[in-house]
Structures are given as C-alpha cells and as structure tokens.
Design a protein around this ligand. Structure first.
Ligand code: GAL
Length: 673
C-alpha cells in the first residue's frame, strides 16, 4: 500500500499529445493518484441528454496503462451553458435579489429540482460507464459544496425553505414560538408568508437566520446525496468522497460524515500569513476528527501561489513540503494538489500547479518530485492514527448564531477559535474536534470555546463528562441561548451553572480599539493578564476564583474560576487574555488535567506530532532550529544527533517517545530499503 500522491488532472484543457508527456512526468514525480473530470460537464454532456465519453475513456485508459489510479469526478460542479439557458430558474440569487449569472462556476441554486435532477443523471451516467474501469478507485462527488454559493435566496429556495420548516415544526404556531415573532410584528399566519432572510432594513430575525443556515447546509447535503444515490445504483462498493474546505463556516460537516467513505480536504493557507501553518494544522485536526480518527486525504493544496486573494504570495523554499508533512503527521494518507498542469488560460491561469508555466526546470517541479520521493518513504504510516487527549467542541449551529446581528460584540468565531487552539498547537499538544453530542469519555480535557448556543442535551453531556472525572474549560460567550437562539434566563448557561459553579449576572463588552479596549486581570498564579473584547459580572455559586478583574466597576470580581463537580473540574474564563496570557492559563489547565505535550522544549515554530510510532518534527519557520533529540530519521535515512533543521524542513523519527516500537522498527526497515 502506498500513500496517495497527485492532484486534479484536467486533460481536457490540453491537446492529447500533451497527455503522453503528462503520464511520463507523473512517473517522474511519483504520482499514483489523480482526480479527473470535476469540471467536465460541458464536454461530457454537450447538449441535454447527449453524452460523449470518448475523451474520458482515452484519458482513463492511458492513466490505467501507466499505473495511475483515479478519483473520478461526477462532473457536476459547473453547469454547462445549455443547462442555464434552457432552465434559467437554476441560477442562484443573492440576499439582495441579484441573480448570479453563468460565466464562472457553481452557478446553481442548491434547492433547484432541475439542477439536482440533471446533476444526478450525469453522476449516474459517469458511474454506469466507469464503475468497472480498472483505473477508478474512488468517486468524487461535485466539488467544494457551498464554496461560492452557500445560500440561495431565490423563489425556489423560498419554496424549499417552507417545506423544510413544515417538516421541522409541523405548524406555523410552532415556527412563531421558535422565532419569537411577536417581536417587531413578525407573526406569520401561514407558511406561504415566510421568505428566505433577504436584505432587510435592519437586523433580521436571528432565529429565522439560524434556521436558514441550517436549511442551506442541509440543501447542499441533499445535493450531495442525490448524486451519491445515483452513483450507488451502479457502484456499490467504491468509496465516495466530496472535498471539504477546512474549518468552513457555511456547511455543518458533522451532518455529512456518515455518508462519506473518505474524508477529503482542500487547504490553501496563505503563505504570507504568519499563522498559516497553525490554521492549516487546525483544519487537518478537524478532518481527522470528522472521520472519527481514520485517515483522510489532502485532496487539494497549491504548490505555490493561488490567484484568489488580493495579494497572492508563493510558498517560499520548501514550505509546500512542510505543510504536506504536517498533513501526513495529522492523519492524511494522501497529498494532492490543484492542479497537475498550471492552466494556460481561464480564470485560474495564475494559480500554481505541479507543472508550472515555467515547466520542469522550475523550483516548483523540483519540490514536487522531492515530495513524491519523500512520501514513498512514509508508506508504512498508512492507516496509523493520531491520539489526542484534548477535544474542542465545534458546533456549526452555535458558530452561526454567535455571529448573528444584535450582539454586544461582532464575535469572529473562527479567529477566536484559533486563539484558543494556539496554545495547544504551540505546546505540541494534539487536539481533536468533536460534535456537541459526541462521546467525550476518552478525553482528559474538553474545551468549549464560545459555545454560545447549546441544547439542554448538550449541557447535560458536558455535565456528565465532568461529573465522571473530566476537565472542562468553557470560555465567555458560552451558553447564552438555547437551540432556537432564545436567551437562557436566570444567569445564562442552563445546567452548566451547577457544573461551573457560577452564573452570569451581566456582560460588559470592551471597545474594539482605543482606551476602553482592555482590562487587566490579576492572579497570584499568572501575574497580570492583559485582556480584551469581553468581561463579565459573574455570580459565584461554589466556584474557586483564580484571577480577578482589576479596575473599572468590575474591580475584584472573578475572571477565571474552577469548580469541582463530581470527580472532575470545570474551568471558566470570562474574558480574552492576550496570547501570552491565554498560553499561560490554558497550558496550566491542560497540565492539571494530565495532558502532556508530544515533546517539550522544542524551539517555537517546530511542530511535533506523533502518528502511530512515528514522531514528526516539522520546522514551520523560515530559520534554522536546533532539535534537542536524537533518532533515526526516515526521510534522510540516517541516525540524527541533535540535528539542525533548516527552514521548512522535516524529520520523521522512528524512535517515537511512546507507541508501538515494533512498528517503529519496521518503519526504519522500510526506509532502509
Ligand atoms: C478550490 C477548487 C479548485 C480550484 C482551487 C484554486 O476551491 O476546488 O477547483 O479552484 O480552489 O485554489
């Protein structure tokens, strides 16, 4: 078995003579897996009901003859011109009522019955023709659902939204109750009056908005399922995937994963962002977690620059390899790119590829070849897993609701989440993500960061986890509302009040900038912590105080607390300490829960991850670092003694600090072959 290596291959962009050169170069780079046909609808079905597979037959045969496996796209991500001109009602509409016209891609309304029908027909035709093709080992349904159009506000969406609401609530009165429509005279007397939350004069109804997010995510899932069902009519066994987009706001991936055989991810960290590697690590951890720990695929990344930011920096030196090693370390069994050959024309011609415009003399190509060779040394890792003792609860519904209008602050959930993830990343402590209903019993520490919305059932699970001996860390902006985005009365938090040993009397938001933008928190354990964004008037109900606000009318009031509940402990942080402060507090809470880093004492910028018996040490910085460890490095195939690791270089040590020594020994053996 080997790790998968390759990328999106779009032979239709090139004359067939080039294909022969393509497969030769694929061999040179160690490519063994390509994704084909993702955007091929216009060629596969040039007019309604007329299918042409000749070119794809030839491409797949050529790949097979050359031993390259295929993840075959259903081709449905970009409707062809005939479809939108025959059925203009498939076109999506934005909140302001503007139609999104053809000329780019993903110009379909997810609720459009015609789009779903035509996409399913094509998916079925592709599956029927290629289910037994020896090159095809996986189905790739559509592409990045919701990437550009995650919500549609057209009349067809309105009809579908009403159907969804009828199913959820049963009666219009139940909708009115859930949405608090007696406020601002919004009471409905029939489902027909309900619209998608189009542009309004001022704040829209937050519960309606939340339901529309739930609905929109579910509609994208329904599109996926329609295609999957069509594929399964002809192919019962081949694994099915669709490519996710990391920690992506708009789609509740927990609701999809049971229908995916392989979790795959597209990942485009910004090389100019100093936190690029950390953000990528968080996505990788999420992908592993979505699959319950099983290996996943990095389906797309860039070799260098992308073309869709305002400024598109390239990946310097071997940053591309470092980010690839990070994915393998965090559970990926394959590394792939968008795309094999950089396009000559079209919107993405200045998006990097494995073969760049400058050809095979380029540094990009050398990097690609080097990575292919490195990955073959890691074949034995396939299937090995990462073991995390810390779990972050990630709930998309809470994310959506927390960022709605009408709050004391404009919470940026993603960026805040990253700030709570940062100390774990920097201390090399492995983290999983879990859904709100997940079994938490295997974790020593569970973090509920800004879990603004939860149901009573989720609160009960968190409470039971603590009672049984777990450690919970909850941050401000947690437990304010129930599943309908209605405030929890009498001190917020619901039953977590008993678990945390406190209730919330009042909020006190801090200014985004300027004099009232920070507050000091003092603590015997952690000294003075500079804090921002938020503060609170807490009322203690048994919790111990570890740090107190200093100054303003909050002076002396609790800011960081812990509470013994059953056999466990529940911590609460009522403000946002600066980075150094968060690190001090969080790492100490983690260590009080018995959580230990993979390796301590590494220079900042070096990631350490144990995958099975292999210890990955990845220098994500642009300078040389000293590694205070010895071991056999599988990549360089030699024993290393306190090695210096160059910028963006990696070591994969077979003498992992813990783990299965027998596997470690065979890893070293494979490397020595
Ligand atoms: C992804 C997409 C690819 C390509 C890539 C460019 O979102 O799936 O088709 O457009 O971005 O970065």
């Amino acid at each position: 078995m080997s790790l998968k290596y390759g990328g999106d291959y779009n032979p239709e962009q090139w004359p067939e003579e080039v294909w022969v050169e393509d497969v030769r170069l694929m061999h040179e780079a160690g490519v063994n897996f390509v994704t084909v046909g993702v955007f091929s609808w216009a060629l596969l079905e040039p007019s309604e009901g007329q299918f042409e597979f000749g070119w794809l037959d030839r491409a797949l045969d050529l790949l097979h003859e050359n031993g390259i496996s295929v993840d075959l796209g259903t081709g449905t991500a970009s409707p062809p011109p005939w479809l939108s001109s025959n059925y203009p009602e498939i076109l999506p509409m934005d909140r302001a009522g503007t139609t999104l016209w053809p000329g780019a891609r993903q110009h379909y309304c997810p609720s459009s019955p015609i789009y779903r029908e035509r996409a399913s027909i094509l998916a079925g035709k592709v599956a029927e023709r290629y289910a037994n093709h020896p090159a095809v080992i996986m189905w790739h349904i559509n592409n990045e659902y919701g990437c550009h159009v995650h919500e549609c506000f057209c009349d067809e969406s309105a009809v579908a939204f009403r159907t969804w609401l009828r199913e959820k609530y049963g009666s219009i009165d139940a909708v009115n109750d859930a949405w608090t429509t007696n406020f601002w005279s919004q009471r409905y007397t029939s489902f027909e009056q309900i619209l998608p939350p189009r542009v309004t004069p001022v704040f829209e109804n937050p519960s309606q908005r939340l339901d529309f997010k739930r609905f929109s995510s579910a509609e994208l899932f329904a599109c996926f399922m329609a295609e999957k069902v069509a594929v399964r009519r002809f192919s019962e066994d081949l694994p099915v995937t669709t490519n996710f987009i990391g920690v992506f706001r708009h789609v509740d991936y927990w609701k999809w994963v049971s229908e995916l055989d392989v979790i795959s991810d597209d990942s485009y960290p910004d090389p100019l962002d100093p936190d690029a590697a950390m953000g990528a690590a968080m996505s990788r951890d999420l992908m592993r977690s979505l699959g319950g720990g099983k290996p996943w695929l990095l389906m797309e990344q860039a070799t260098g620059y992308v073309n869709w930011r305002h400024v598109n920096g390239t990946k310097p030196g071997t940053m591309m390899q470092a980010l690839s090693m990070q994915a393998v370390a965090r559970g990926a069994d394959g590394i792939n790119f968008f795309q094999w050959r950089q396009s000559r024309g079209g919107a993405e011609k200045f998006h990097s590829g494995m073969i760049p415009h400058s050809g095979t003399r380029s540094r990009i190509w050398q990097n690609v070849v080097q990575l292919g060779a490195d990955l073959t040394k890691l074949d034995l890792l396939e299937g090995w897993s990462v073991n995390a003792e810390v779990a972050f609860v990630l709930d998309w519904e809470s994310w959506w609701a927390s960022e709605g209008d009408g709050h004391q602050i404009q919470l940026n959930f993603h960026d805040n989440l990253l700030e709570w993830y940062r100390p774990f990343y920097e201390a090399n402590i492995a983290v999983d993500f879990v859904s709100p209903g997940a079994d938490l019993s295997g974790y020593k520490l569970v973090v509920a960061a800004h879990l603004y919305l939860y149901t009573d059932a989720t609160a009960a699970l968190l409470g039971a986890y603590v009672k049984a001996g777990g450690t919970l860390l909850a941050t401000y902006f947690t437990g304010h509302v129930d599943g309908n985005d209605q405030a929890r009365l009498d001190g917020y938090l619901g039953t977590l009040q008993d678990v945390l040993g406190l209730s919330i009397d009042d909020f006190s938001a801090l200014a985004a900038t300027g004099t009232r933008s920070s507050i000091a928190v003092t603590s015997e354990r952690w000294g003075i912590l500079e804090c921002s964004e938020w503060s609170e008037y807490l009322r203690l109900r048994g919790a111990n105080v570890h740090a107190r606000f200093s100054g303003t009318d909050l002076d002396g009031m609790p800011a960081i607390t812990s509470h013994a509940h059953g056999r466990g402990t529940a911590w609460y942080i009522a403000t946002r300490p600066n980075r150094a402060g968060i690190a001090r507090v969080v790492v100490e809470i983690a260590s009080s829960a018995g959580v230990v880093p993979v390796v301590s004492g590494l220079p900042l910028g070096v990631e350490a991850v144990n995958r099975g018996a292999a210890l990955f040490l990845i220098n994500q910085s642009d300078r040389d670092v000293e590694i205070p460890l010895d071991g056999f490095d599988v990549l360089s195939n030699q024993q290393r003694f306190r090695p210096t690791l160059g910028a963006y270089a990696s070591l994969v040590l077979a003498n992992a600090t813990e783990g299965d020594r027998r596997l470690a020994a065979s890893l070293a053996e494979v490397a020595a072959r």
